[in-house]
Design a binder for this molecule. Structure first.
Ligand SMILES: O=C(O)C(=O)C[C@]1(C(=O)O)C=C[C@@H](O)C=C1
Length: 113
């Protein structure tokens, strides 16, 4: 298996560096948009502000992506930082989406008796 880190060529100029970064951003942005779509789905399925932040799930994802980073020759600590920041953004977006869906007519979940 070719590791992600091994695909990075030696660059002699910043133009080469930036062309590589732009090409990866062209792949990353659509994936981030798709991931954000799942936050909208989560907001609707949870339909409860108190469930949006799920600490156990956050830690599961962190362990998962650290292992993947290592397998790809990356720095697990860097990928953990990126993912913790990404999930904070995702949580804020999920709250925004829940508020938007409520304003559009989503009825709040019934309280447990
Ligand atoms: O898995 C969930 O419960 C989600 O809402 C998704 C997600 C994420 O993957 O970004 C976002 C917020 C949660 O705190 C944990 C994970």
């Amino acid at each position: 298996m070719t590791r992600a880190i091994d695909k990075v060529p030696h660059c002699n100029t910043m133009a080469e560096v930036r062309a590589g970064v732009n090409a990866l951003d062209d792949l990353l942005v659509p994936l981030l948009v798709e991931r954000s779509g799942y936050m909208t789905q989560a907001a609707r399925v949870k339909n409860d502000e108190s469930l949006v932040r799920d600490e156990a799930r956050i830690e599961t994802i962190v362990q998962r992506v650290r292992a993947k980073a290592l397998a790809q020759g990356g720095d697990p600590a860097l990928i953990e930082r990126i993912y913790r920041a990404l999930m904070e953004c995702s949580i804020a977006y999920e709250h925004d989406e829940l508020a938007r869906l409520r304003a559009a007519g989503l009825a709040p979940k019934k309280e447990h008796a």
